[in-house]
Design a binder for this molecule. Structure first.
Ligand code: DC
Length: 233
C-alpha cells in the first residue's frame, strides 16, 4: 500500500537525511523541495533578477526548468539541464533563498510541480509547507524540530566538511534569519499541520530517529490497508 509522507520543519533539522533514509527503507521516491527553491534562487542570482520587480520575476520563471535525476549517490538537482546540486548548497544561495521562497509566483510554480511529482504516491517529500499546502491529505505528516544551537552546529560541521570556511556565528545568524522569514511570510508560512506528529531529534542518533519515523510510516500504511469492515468490527 502506497502512502504520501510529508516532512516539514525548520532549516537544518536533518529533514532531508531523514526523508532520504525513510524513502530508502520503504522503497519510495524522495523529493527535496528545498532544492527546488534553491535552484530558483541560483537562477535569480546568476541572471540578476530584481526580487522587488514582479515582471522580472515572472520573466525569469518562464525561463527556468528544474528536475531531479537519480545518480548512484542519490538525487541530483538540475537547472535548465545543468547539474547544480553542489552549487545550490553554497552560502550565497542559502543567504538569498528565504526571500525568494516568499514570492507567491515562485511558490505557485513549485507547488504545482511538487504535486505533479507526488501524484503516484509512494513518496517522501521534505520542506516547509508539504503537510499544510502541497499534500494536505498526506497519510503521515512529520514535523521535525531540534534545538537551534544544535542545528547551527550540525550545519557548521557540514559546511566545514565541504571545505567552506565560515564562522559559526554566521551560520547561526543565517539559520535564525531563515527561520524567521520562513515562519512569518504571508504565503504558506512554515507551521506545524494540526495532524502532524512532532519529532524532536536534538538528542537522537540518525538511526533512532529513523526507527521512530519508520514505525509511524508502517502504522500509517497498516491503517490505510485496513478495509472499512475492519473498522466496523
Ligand atoms: O530545506 P532547505 O533549507 O534546503 O530549504 C531552502 C529554503 O527554501 C528555506 O529557507 C525555505 C524554502 N522552502 C520553502 O519555502 N518551502 C519548501 N517546501 C521548502 C523550502
Amino acid at each position: 500500500m502506497k502512502i504520501t509522507i510529508a516532512i516539514d520543519g525548520f532549516s537544518s533539522c536533518g529533514k532531508s537525511a531523514l526523508a532520504k533514509a525513510l524513502a530508502k527503507e520503504l522503497g519510495y521516491g524522495y523529493v527535496d523541495s528545498g532544492a527546488m527553491y534553491r535552484a530558483v534562487t541560483l537562477y535569480f542570482l546568476n541572471t540578476g533578477v530584481d526580487l522587488e520587480n514582479p515582471e522580472s520575476v515572472h520573466e525569469a520563471m518562464e525561463h527556468l526548468e528544474i528536475h531531479f535525476e537519480n545518480a548512484g549517490s542519490g538525487n541530483r538537482t538540475f537547472l535548465n539541464g545543468e547539474d547544480v546540486e553542489n552549487e545550490i548548497r553554497q552560502m550565497r544561495v542559502s543567504e538569498m533563498v528565504s526571500p525568494v521562497a516568499a514570492i507567491s509566483e515562485v511558490r505557485r510554480a513549485m507547488v504545482k510541480q511538487q504535486q505533479k511529482i507526488g501524484k503516484k504516491k509512494a513518496i517522501v517529500m521534505d520542506g516547509r509547507d508539504i503537510g499544510t499546502v502541497v499534500f494536505p491529505d498526506a497519510e503521515l505528516k512529520i514535523f521535525l524540530t531540534a534545538d537551534p544551537k544544535i542545528r547551527a552546529q550540525r550545519r557548521y560541521d557540514e559546511l566545514q566538511a565541504k571545505g567552506q570556511m565560515i564562522e559559526f556565528e554566521e551560520v547561526e545568524k543565517n539559520l535564525r534569519e531563515r527561520d524567521h522569514i520562513d515562519s512569518t511570510r504571508a504565503d504558506s508560512p512554515l507551521r506545524q499541520a494540526e495532524d502532524a506528529r512532532v519529532l524532536d531529534n536534538s538528542y537522537l542518533t540518525p538511526q533512532a530517529q529513523l526507527d521512530i519515523a519508520l514505525e509511524w510510516a508502517l502504522e500509517a500504511i497498516r491503517l490505510k490497508t485496513k478495509s472499512p469492515r475492519d473498522f466496523a468490527s
